[in-house]
Design a protein around this ligand. Sequence first.
Ligand code: GRF
Length: 192
Amino acid sequence: MEKYPGKKKIAVFISGRGSNLKSLIKFSKKKNSLFEILLVVSNNLKAGGLNYAKKSKIKNFGIRYSNKTKFESQSLKLLKQYDLDLLCLAGFMKILSSSFIKKFSKPILNIHPSLLPKYKGLNTHSRAIKNKEKFAGASVHKVNQKLDSGKIILQKKVKILKKDNVRSLKKKVLKIEHEIYPKAIEKFLTNL
Ligand code: GRF
C-alpha cells in the first residue's frame, strides 16, 4: 500500500483548514524525508484540508462525527487496514478517548499552539495576551490520556509584542507550527 518502501507510514487526522497538513505533505514529498502520509481522516466532511490530500493523491476520508464512540470505532477500523507507524493530529479538534489510544497501539502526536505545559486546551492566544506573557509558541507532543499533557517532542517560541493581538499572534504561531511539526515527526521517528 505504501509508495515508498523504507519510509515510515503515517496517518493524519484533521478537522478544518488543514494548513498543518499542507506543510506535512510538502515535507513528506522531499526525497530524503523519513515519512510518507498514507491517509488523511477528517471528522468534518467539509474540511478544506481534505482537498490538499485529494490534490496530492493521498487517500482521504470524511467520517461524520455523530458521537465519539462511532467516530472512533469507524476510524480505528480504517487505520487498522494500514500498517501505520504513527498517527499525527493536525488541527484535529476532538479529544481521543483512552480506549482509542490503547486500541490503536501505535504512537500519536499532536501540535498545540502554546508553549506547553502552559495554556492547554482552547483559546491559547487570548489567554497568553491577557496574562501579559512575553512569549508564545507551539509544541509538538505525544498524545496520552490527559489533554495536551504528553511528552513534549519539540517546541519553538516567538515574542509577543505590545502591538500583537489574537489575530497577529495566531498568524505568527501558525508559521512556527508549520515549521516544527515535520521536524518533530522526524525527530520522533528517528528515536522510535
Ligand atoms: C492550529 O493552530 C492547530 O495547532 C490548532 O488548530 C489550528 C489548525 O490549523 N489546534 P490548520 O487546520 O492546520 O490550518
